[in-house]
Write a protein that binds this ligand. Structure first.
Ligand SMILES: [Zn+2]
Length: 339
């Protein structure tokens, strides 16, 4: 009898699967109800009448349409308490969802330092991580916006110096088209020189060439990477270099990267031997946490138990956890699926 599956009905309760969420933006976990609560206590007026109207606004045409709502939502995060509550609530939700290890992005560049100093923001985020450490394993990743000049990315990297010992990696996100990864080579080189792992959003809306550029930057992980499906040589390189892709199926559906999840390249990439993983991206805005993504992919692509196992193992392999901890989670996944 497996913990997870009821084989006769092909039903999987993905909440019970020990899993990772390696591509999630803390700001994107701001649930509409919480967003309205923060707005009220900080006396901020919003363009939406109530949370229901915000849910309505979450029907996005593309990445840029989403980012406009996302940055507007970030404006309600003003006090140290807001950042603590946001982080704590996400970690609670992820833990209840069966996420055993999360690596989340947070971009201090978004927030105006004259409103709240960076040290207060970081103190709040790390306090919540500390308070939840018994329930969920968590690593923090700094990230910057690709729509801003590279000098600002370097400045953001400098500003985070006091927290380097608590940072697992640095990444880059934001509107992709016209902002190729190679433009940020000085930033990624500086991250490497300072001993950090690096990851970059590429091939979500952008072309396979951007994924290729990410490989040239010697990244540890590529966030999304969907467009690689159009370039067999590139896929082979990703297999050979064992560069994981942190894919976000429901995000791709909501932003029209795919018209239907049955067209999602994840299963095809998995069969080619790529280290693909399932993640949530901005769950509050895309209406799907980790388990929802797993269930949606399973429903659309009819995963076998072995494919579910491989995807869960990929999540652990692609994480920035130490070796011994990876081994512990691999065993738990095996037990959950096969014992
Ligand atoms: Zn993302």
């Amino acid at each position: 009898m497996t913990l997870l599956s009821i084989k006769s009905t092909q039903h999987y309760d993905f909440v019970k699967l020990p899993k990772t969420d390696l591509h999630v933006h803390l700001e994107g976990t701001l649930e509409p109800e919480m967003l309205f609560k923060f707005a009220a206590r900080n006396h901020i007026s919003l363009p939406w009448k109530n949370p229901k109207c915000l849910y309505e606004a979450c029907k996005f045409r593309d990445l840029s349409g989403f980012l406009a709502v996302y940055y507007k939502g970030c404006e309600v995060l003003v006090t140290e308490q807001d950042f603590y509550d946001l982080t704590h609530a996400y970690l609670q939700r992820a833990s209840a969802d069966g996420v055993v290890h999360t690596e989340f992005f947070f971009n201090p560049q978004i927030f105006r330092k004259e409103k709240l100093p960076l040290h207060a923001i970081m103190r709040a985020v790390f306090s919540a991580v500390h308070d939840m450490q018994e329930r969920i394993s968590c690593l923090y990743m700094g990230t910057v916006m690709r729509t801003r000049p590279v000098e600002e990315a370097l400045q953001a990297l400098d500003e985070l110096t006091p927290w380097y010992h608590q940072i697992a990696a640095f990444g880059m996100g934001g509107a992709e088209n016209g902002n190729p990864p190679s433009r940020f080579r000085p930033y990624f080189d500086a991250c490497r020189e300072r001993g950090f792992r690096i990851c970059v959003h590429a091939g979500e809306e952008g072309p396979a060439a951007y994924v290729h550029e990410a490989v040239e930057l010697n990244v540890d992980r590529i966030d999304h990477g969907n467009a690689a499906i159009h370039d067999p040589d590139l896929m082979q390189t990703l297999v050979e270099k064992r560069i994981p892709l942190t894919m976000c199926p429901i995000s791709n559906l909501r932003l029209n990267v795919v018209k239907n999840l049955s067209e999602h390249p994840l299963k095809q990439m998995l069969s080619r031997g790529l280290c693909v993983t399932i993640n949530s991206d901005d769950p509050a805005y895309f209406l799907g946490y980790a388990s929802d993504n797993w269930a949606a992919v399973h429903q659309a692509l009819n995963l076998t138990t072995n494919e579910i196992f491989q995807l869960a193992i990929n999540g652990i392999d692609a994480s920035f956890l130490p070796k011994e901890q990876k081994e512990k989670w691999r065993n738990q996944i095996k037990t959950a699926l096969y014992s």
